[in-house]
Design a protein around this ligand. Structure first.
Ligand SMILES: N[C@@H](CCC(=O)N[C@@H](CS)C(=O)NCC(=O)O)C(=O)O
Length: 202
């Protein structure tokens, strides 16, 4: 398997889950601006949408869209509890959190990575991110360790990566103490540490 990634991007979640399952995999870094991989491939031939992550299977088949990739990887190792059985309320909840991570939190961060954003737009985007964090912070008010309870799942990998972007866009995550503690907890997992080191983030 080969993961096409960009340093610290949402592809980091797939990288973490590959480590969590103990997968044998390669990495190829993508310069999304140039549309090229480090190995010299035209990235449009891998993902026509131009964004990371993409996962190339040993069969040559390519998977795209982070949440789908995360669940595919997790299912490769039945010894882990990174996802739940299809059709159960637990799996639906994991989907709920993955969807929140992607279409709400990740989406809210989007404008903050644009080089053409105005100061007013930046403040609006930050306020929007804050609303998304408020919801997540409340979720943790029952003292849960991970978003699903005691068990770390694919949703935590994605939520961690997106929460961690706060450091790159001038948002102080300690405004949401439970999220800040949670992000710290996920960052300490050996699989996360390895991924962060490999991507040159620590
Ligand atoms: N819907 C896609 C979105 C992926 C996405 O937004 N990827 C970003 C990085 S987090 C990207 O590659 N953006 C292009 C760029 O950074 O130039 C997914 O969930 O996989």
């Amino acid at each position: 398997m080969k993961l096409y990634y960009k340093q610290g991007a949402c592809s980091l979640a797939s990288h973490i889950i590959l480590n969590e399952i103990g997968a044998n995999f390669e990495l190829d870094e993508v310069d999304t601006a140039k549309g090229e991989t480090k190995s010299g491939r035209d990235y449009k031939t891998i993902n026509p949408n131009g964004y990371v992550p993409a996962l190339e299977l040993d069969s040559g088949e390519i998977l795209t869209e982070g949440p789908a990739i995360l669940q595919y990887i997790a299912a490769l190792n039945g010894e882990t509890n990174l996802i739940a059985k299809q059709g159960t309320i637990e799996q639906t909840r994991i989907q709920q959190h993955l969807n929140y991570a992607g279409t709400e939190l990740h989406h809210a961060f989007g404008p903050l990575f644009s080089s053409s954003i105005t100061e007013t737009e930046k403040q609006q985007a930050k306020a929007n991110v804050a609303r998304k964090f408020d919801y997540l912070n409340k979720l943790f008010s029952d003292g849960r360790t991970y978003v699903m309870g005691d068990n770390f799942t694919v949703a935590d990998a994605y939520l961690f990566v997106v929460s961690n972007w706060s450091n790159f866009v001038g948002i102080d995550l300690t405004q949401w103490p439970r999220i800040s503690t949670y992000a710290e907890r996920v960052s300490k997992r050996p699989a996360t540490q390895t991924a962060l080191k490999t991507e040159g983030l620590i």
